[in-house]
Design a protein around this ligand. Structure first.
Ligand SMILES: NC(=O)C1=CN([C@@H]2O[C@H](COP(=O)(O)OP(=O)(O)OC[C@H]3O[C@@H](n4cnc5c(N)ncnc54)[C@H](OP(=O)(O)O)[C@@H]3O)[C@@H](O)[C@H]2O)C=CC1
Ligand SMILES: CC(=O)[C@@H](O)[C@H](O)COP(=O)(O)O
Ligand SMILES: [Mn+2]
Length: 404
């Protein structure tokens, strides 16, 4: 047994990062950059930010580089430019460009694949990573939520390590007891920038206001989802799928400071909470190194400073997204995929000035209501993606009609 403070011997892992240019991806590279003896980057995949992708690839001398948009020529010349600048002119990685590029590199094999892509497009990369046998460090919650049983069936036990902060907290807290001793999961929520607002006040919300998350700097979609509480709805479904706990035993509590990342209540009345600063470094690092912890990833709590942490019940009337998510989660099948796809369309429409803030969840609810689960098949990727497409078309039609 190792003594207190003594870390595991260094065993280097290969890591592929999907969505390397985003909030999760850049923080993952920060963690890896500080732990170069523990990790080697095998592949990077991004969307259209070729410039940053090339810089990252040169910095970490990555052998496989993938982009969803742009051209092979653009990516190669960006790589050559940064390689020359870094005095590594001989660096010539394999390059993949196209809509399926992330799926291709997810399949090439690595100890860990971190999926930090946003949205339902993460589904095929998630399945490819699982099929490759890699540990899947999962930030892209959407792929699990829409894939549901399909993704669960593709994963061997413990192959998915949650990176989402709440689920990482639950996974860490679960180390404090046996599965059969668990009574409830308690997922914390910031409440978003509009915590305490009435529906009336929410009518005039602007995209700029919705992007002002109280604690985290994240991508546009998840930040908007935090403001509508759709993110918390998705996270309730995610918790159900990851930890196999019924929806009736998953609570949400608003904790604006977000130092408690989530909790597990046990049968004897004891609750274990995981806490730390509201930042993603620890969940990301754990995703890469699970079950081991790395040294000095973030600051610990400072108990010498006076501080107050608050807890409030969720206001389901002003923010009906969690209630709706529970409904689609209970329905199962393709209902969660429909909820997510309609939301992705509405978030885009809100930022494009085509619908109001309240229209986002109202439209998602209308699409969910119109969905007939028997028309769609959740047992294949194609079936899930057909439901996703159906929901996008339906949501788009509602948006175009002015939400009448
Ligand atoms: N950010 C956070 O703190 C947290 C995020 N999450 C989850 O993690 C995921 C990522 O979120 P976040 O990092 O904030 O999002 P960002 O918008 O910051 O980043 C998204 C990333 O996905 C890339 N991307 C987009 N399309 C493709 C594609 N077709 N193929 C490959 N890559 C693509 C983008 O590339 P490019 O920029 O080059 O176009 C970018 O690197 C989401 O599912 C989110 O819910 C969960 C908890 C916390
Ligand atoms: C950091 C993280 O995991 C995000 O999902 C974050 O928790 C958003 O918080 P809220 O959705 O509670 O605002
Ligand atoms: Mn989260």
């Amino acid at each position: 047994m190792r003594s207190v403070g003594e870390n595991a011997p260094v065993i280097s892992r290969t890591v592929s990062i999907l969505g390397s240019t985003g909030s999760i991806g850049t923080q993952a590279l920060d963690v890896i950059g500080r732990n170069r003896d523990r990790f080697t980057v095998r592949a990077l995949a991004a969307g259209g930010n070729i410039d940053l992708l090339a810089r990252q690839a040169v910095e970490f001398e990555v052998p496989f580089v993938a982009a969803a948009a742009g051209s092979v020529q653009d990516l190669r010349s960006a790589l050559a430019w940064y390689a020359a600048g870094a005095g590594r002119a001989a660096y010539a990685p394999e390059v993949v460009v196209g809509a399926d590029a992330a799926t291709t590199v997810a399949a090439i094999g690595a100890h860990v694949v971190l999926n930090g892509i946003t949205g339902a497009i993460g589904l095929r990369p998630t399945l490819a990573a699982l099929a490759s046998g890699a540990t899947l460090a999962l930030a892209n919650k959407e792929s699990l939520i829409i894939g549901g049983d399909l993704v669960r069936a593709a994963a061997r036990p413990d192959q998915i390590v949650p990176v989402d902060s709440e689920h990482s907290a639950i996974a860490q807290s679960l180390r404090g007891g046996r599965r059969e001793e668990v009574r409830r999961l308690v997922v914390t929520a910031s409440g978003g920038p509009f915590r305490g607002w009435s529906r009336e006040q929410l009518r005039e919300v602007t995209p700029e206001q919705a992007l002002a998350h109280p604690n985290y700097a994240m991508g546009k979609v998840i930040t908007t989802n935090s403001a509508t509480l759709v993110n918390k709805g998705l996270e309730v479904i995610e918790a159900h799928l990851l930890f196999d706990v019924p929806f009736s035993a998953i609570d949400v509590v608003v904790h604006p400071q977000q130092w408690i990342h989530s909790m597990v209540e046990f049968r004897d009345g004891s609750t274990i909470a995981q806490m730390g600063p509201p930042r993603m470094l620890v969940p990301i690092a754990l995703g890469l190194s699970w079950p081991d912890r790395l040294d000095d990833i973030d600051e610990p709590c400072d108990w010498s400073r006076a501080q107050a942490w608050e807890f409030h019940p969720l206001d389901d009337d002003a923010f009906p997204a969690v209630r709706l998510a529970r409904q689609v989660g209970e329905a199962g099948g393709t209902a969660p995929a429909v909820y997510n796809a309609a939301n992705e369309v509405c978030v885009e429409a809100f930022h494009g000035g085509r619908i109001s803030f309240l229209d986002i969840v109202d439209t998602v609810a209308r699409v969910v209501e119109a969905h007939d689960g028997s028309d769609h098949d959740s047992s294949s990727v194609e079936g899930v993606l057909r439901a996703d497409t159906w929901a996008r078309e339906r949501a788009t039609a509602i948006v175009e009609k002015g939400n009448r």
